[in-house]
Write a protein that binds this ligand. Sequence first.
Ligand SMILES: [Fe+2]
Length: 358
Amino acid sequence: MRRFAHIARLSILPGALLLLAACGQKESSAPSADAAAPVAAGEVNLYTTREPGLIQPLLDAFTAQTGTKVNTVFVRDGLLERVRAEGERSPADVLMTVDTGNLLDLVDGGQTQPIDSQVLADAIPSHLRGADGQWFALSLRDRILYADKDLDLTGFTYEELADPKWKDKVCIRSGQHPYNTSLIAALIAHDGVEKTEAWLRGVKANLARKAAGGDRDVARDILAGICDIGIANAYYVGRMKNAEEGSEQRQWGDAIKVIRPTFAVENGGTHVNISGAAVAKHAPNRDNAVKLLEYLVSDEAQSLYAKANYEYPVKAGVELDPVVASFGEMTVDALPLTEIAKHRKQASELVDRVGFDN
Ligand SMILES: [Fe+2]
């Protein structure tokens, strides 16, 4: 009976109602306390920080294929605090978010459980998931070089950003943004703190403008001639180059070319952050949670997911969005994401120490 109570609580969560309404389902179709069938028969409760529009097509496809209904709760901020506060009564089955740090916070906060799934292990390379199956990457968000489209920069390395030949030519957002602390943490993991500090000072000296704004502003400022190169996430290029012809975003996107840098170490690859998911510690529908995760790494879902938001599939050999495909095959850096995440605090301290954002 306890589980029915969990689900009854879900039906009064504002986010759930909103989403159910948005999917055209009547409120009365929400699970209720007097439901006669066992909940495990056909539902899964997803807590996600991702824009509902991005994932709804996937969830619809999952439901169509399996008959399992997905109740989605969009949690903009404070996912960890939310499930922690709900405790054992939490209806959450799957927790979905972006950024390794956010997933590790859920794990360290005791809000996930280990999942042993051959399907997930086969689809997701081991450096892109947690030890013991506590979390799984579902898509990759590569942090790449935007460059003036007339420059030839094949073979560019992240380390080269600090080369004095780029003085007053580099644009980037705040060093304290998680996208950048993650990149800096990866460099620390590869090269150590001292070398990374020297690198960061070098990049700082090359800045064409204050480290601020967003990733798309790098393309905007390349178009404006303020900088020649910059670091930003790849999926924004998909959005810009697919934007309406004649729109501002489209002009920014058309002004740049994309190079996937690698770390200048043996077998160094391109730095990625992720979107990912975990099964919640108290999941009332654990089996369906695993089923949903396994679906999300199917070829069909990986392709849909990656095309919807221009991210890169975590599974090899999946069809890409044409713009993303035009960037070429990606060699993902082989350092385990958990290893990189350990250096994030150091990375943030370095950003302050060199006055990167000043
Ligand atoms: Fe973003």
